[in-house]
Design a protein around this ligand. Structure first.
Ligand code: DGT
Ligand code: CA
Ligand code: ZN
Length: 563
C-alpha cells in the first residue's frame, strides 16, 4: 500500500516539475523511482526502517530523504512548495488522458487556460490547433478524452481511493479529541468503484477535529463546513466527507453512513413493522446491537445492498464469507515468458512468501502477439524450467498452465494435443470484443465445451471506468459452465474484478465453481488477490465455492475431471 502512495507522490512531483517548465533529468528521475516502487515486492516502509533505501534501484541520497519524509509526514517539502506554486487548474489539465505536462504547459503559456472547463471550450472552438506541437488531430483527441474523463471522474476504482481513505482515517484517529474514527460509505462496503470518501468520527469536540481535518497535508481545500460535517477536496482529486457525532451515537451513525441507502430502506421498514424507529441517532454499543434490536444477526457491510441479505439474515442463512486466509494458491500468473516482468522462479518465491501452497503459470498463447504469446515449442521449454523448480520446491507446486485465447469462432489458439499436456487451462477473450450477445455467448460456450478448458478468464472483459463488459447472456454461460464443470474466474485485478459481484452471486446459486486469480504480471501484482476476496465477499462467496481454497490434491482431482 505504502509503496504505491510513495510512487504516486513521486509521479505528482515529476508532473509538477514539468508543469513549472523543468525539462532536465529531475522529472525523469522521479518517474523512474516511481516505476521501481510500483513493482517493488518489498514493503518500502520496512526497507526504510532497515536503512536499506539506497539499495533500491533509482533511489539516491536525495530521493531517499524524500521517501523518509513521505513515510513519516505523508508529504515532503519540495512537493508542498510546488503544489503552492503551480496553479491548480493547470494540474487539473493532466487528468485528461493523453495530455502530458509539456502540452499542458504550452496551452497554459499561450492561452492562459487553467481548468478543464476552459480547455473543453477552447478545444471545441478550435483554438488549440496551431499551438506548438498541436494539430487538428490532437485537438480532436483532447475533445474526446475530456468527454470520457467526465464520465470517469464520477467514480474511481476502490484501489485508487482506499489507501488515501485509510491515511485520512489514521490521521484523524491520532488527534487527541477523537474517540474513534472509521471509514463508511461505499468504501466500507467494498464497492469496486466509489464516488467519495465517507468518514465518521466520535468526539465530544467536533470543531477541533474538523479544524484538524482541514489542515491535513492530503487536503487541498475545504468545500463546505457545518457544525458536525465537513467536506474537503483532496490533492488526489476526490472529495472526502467527515461527520462527527457524540460517542454514544457512533455505532448508529457509522451504520447509517455505511449504507447502502437501499439496505436502510429495508431495515427501516422492518423497524416500523416491529414498532420501533431506525435512524443515525440511536444509541447502540455496536452495529451488532443495532441489528439485534431488529431481531437480526449482524450483516457484514459487503452484503448491505438489498440483494436478499435481510431475508437471508432473517432465515439464519447468511453466508460464511470467504476470507483471504482461505486461499491456498493463485492459478493465473504471467511471467517473462510472455508479458510478465518476473521469472517463474521469482513468482514462485513470492507465492511462498504469501503463504501459497501452489500457483499456475498462465502465459498468453501465440495469437496475442503484443504479449509475446507462447507456442507449443515455447511451452515445452517452459515446462523444463517449471519442472526444475518443482524438483526443489518440496510441498510447494508450480502447475503448468496457459491463458489461451478464445478466437473469433470460439475455437482456441492452441491445439488440443498441447492443451492436454497442461495442468490448468484458462481460456479468455482478448480480441474482437465487439460482437453481439449471441456471438460472444457462443464463443464462451464453445470454449467451455473443450475438454481441456478448466476456467474462463475475466468472463465479461470489462475494465472499470475504461471499457464496458461485452454483451453476454450470463444465464446461458452459467448453465454451460455448470454442465461442463468449467470454473469462472474472478479476476482480482482492481481494474477488472470480473466476474463482478452480481454475476458471482448467480454463479454460486447455479453451483458454478469460481477461481479467484490475481492475473499478476509482476511479483507485486500477486497481492491483488485481496481485491478479489473483497469482490467475492460482495458476491456472497463461501470458501467451498472457490476452487483455489482447496488443498492441492483436491484441486488436482478437479483439474483431472475435465480431461
Ligand atoms: P458512493 O459514494 O456513490 O460510492 O456510494 P455511498 O453509498 O458511499 O453513497 P454516499 O456517499 O452518497 O452516502 C454514504 C451513505 O450515507 C449511504 O450509503 C447511505 C447514507 N445516505 C446518504 N444519503 C442518504 C439518503 O439520502 N438517504 C439515506 N437513507 N441514506 C443516505
Ligand atoms: Ca460515498
Ligand atoms: Zn487475460
Amino acid at each position: 500500500m505504502r509503496n504505491l502512495q510513495v510512487a504516486a507522490a513521486f509521479l505528482e512531483m515529476a508532473e509538477l516539475l514539468e508543469l513549472s517548465g523543468e525539462t532536465g533529468f529531475k522529472p525523469v528521475a522521479y518517474r523512474r523511482a516511481a516505476r521501481t516502487l510500483e513493482h517493488l515486492a518489498e514493503d518500502i516502509e520496512q526497507v526504510y526502517e532497515e536503512g536499506r533505501l539506497l539499495e533500491v534501484p533509482g533511489i539516491g541520497k536525495g530521493l531517499a530523504g524524500k521517501v523518509g519524509e513521505l513515510l513519516t509526514r505523508g508529504t515532503f517539502h519540495q512537493l508542498e512548495e510546488l503544489r503552492r506554486q503551480v496553479p491548480r487548474g493547470l494540474v487539473e489539465l493532466l487528468a485528461v488522458p493523453g495530455l502530458g505536462p509539456r502540452t499542458a504547459a504550452v496551452i497554459y503559456r499561450h492561452l492562459g487556460i487553467a481548468g478543464l472547463g476552459e480547455l473543453e471550450r477552447a478545444a471545441g472552438e478550435g483554438r488549440l490547433r496551431g499551438l506548438p506541437g498541436l494539430g487538428e488531430k490532437k485537438e480532436a483527441n483532447i475533445r474526446e478524452s475530456i468527454r470520457r474523463l467526465a464520465q470517469r471522474l464520477e467514480r474511481a476504482p476502490l484501489a485508487e481511493v482506499l489507501p488515501l481513505a485509510q491515511e485520512l482515517r489514521a490521521a484523524l484517529a491520532a488527534h487527541p479529541v477523537a474517540v474513534r474514527v472509521e471509514i463508511a460509505g461505499s468504501i466500507r462496503r467494498g464497492r469496486e468503484t466509489v464516488k467519495d470518501i465517507d468518514l465518521v468520527a466520535a468526539s465530544a469536540r467536533p470543531e477541533e477535529l474538523m479544524d484538524h481535518f482541514a489542515t491535513l497535508p492530503q487536503v487541498a481545500e475545504v468545500i463546505a463546513r457545518g457544525e458536525t460535517k465537513a467536506t474537503v477536496r483532496t490533492y488526489a482529486g476526490g472529495q472526502a466527507d467527515l461527520r462527527v457525532v457524540a460517542p454514544e451515537h457512533f455505532a448508529a451513525a457509522w451504520h447509517h453512513f455505511t449504507g447502502s441507502a437501499e439496505h436502510h430502506v429495508r431495515l427501516r421498514h422492518r423497524a416500523r413493522e416491529r414498532g420501533s424507529v431506525l435512524n443515525e441517532y440511536g444509541a447502540f454499543a455496536d452495529e451488532a446491537g443495532l441489528y439485534e434490536s431488529l431481531g437480526l444477526p449482524f450483516i457484514p457491510p459487503e452484503l448491505r445492498e438489498d440483494a436478499g441479505e435481510v431475508e437471508a439474515a432473517e432465515a439464519g442463512r447468511l453466508p460464511e464469507l470467504i476470507r483471504r486466509e482461505d486461499l491456498r494458491g493463485d492459478l493465473h500468473l504471467h511471467t517473462r515468458w510472455s508479458d510478465g516482468l518476473a521469472t517463474v522462479a521469482e513468482m514462485a518465491a513470492q507465492a511462498r512468501k504469501l503463504g501459497h501452497e501452489y500457483i499456475a503459470v498462465a502465459d498468453h498463447s501465440p495469437s496475442l502477439v503484443v504479449a509475446h504469446g507462447l507456442d507449443a515449442r515455447a511451452l515445452a521449454a517452459q515446462r523444463a524450467e517449471i519442472e526444475e523448480i518443482n524438483g526443489q520446491a518440496g510441498d510447494f507446486k508450480v502447475f503448468r498452465g496457459v491463458e489461451v485465447d478464445i478466437l473469433k469462432d470460439g475455437s482456441l489458439d492452441l491445439p488440443d494435443e498441447v492443451l492436454r499436456e497442461l495442468d490448468v487451462v484458462t481460456a479468455s477473450v482478448h480480441t474482437r470484443l465487439g460482437g453481439d450477445a449471441g456471438t460472444m455467448t457462443k464463443r464462451l460456450e464453445l470454449a467451455m465445451k473443450n475438454p481441456h478448458v478448466d476456467a474462463i478468464g475475466h468472463p465479461t472483459g470489462r475494465l472499470l471506468g475504461r471499457r464496458d463488459p461485452y454483451p453476454l447472456d450470463l444465464e446461458r454461460v452459467l448453465e454451460v459452465a455448470a454442465e461442463t464443470g468449467t470454473a469462472l474466474e474472478l479476476n482480482a485485478s482492481p481494474y477488472r474484478l470480473d466476474l463482478g459481484w452480481v454475476g458471482l452471486k448467480r454463479a454460486r446459486e447455479s453451483g458454478v465453481k469460481v477461481v479467484i486469480n490475481s492475473d499478476a504480471h509482476s511479483t507485486a501484482g500477486m497481492a491483488d488477490l485481496a481485491w478479489g476476496i473483497n469482490e467475492g465477499r460482495r458476491g456472497w462467496l463461501e470458501a467451498p465455492d472457490v476452487l483455489n481454497t482447496r488443498p492441492r490434491e483436491d484441486l488436482e482431482r478437479f483439474l483431472m475431471r475435465k480431461r
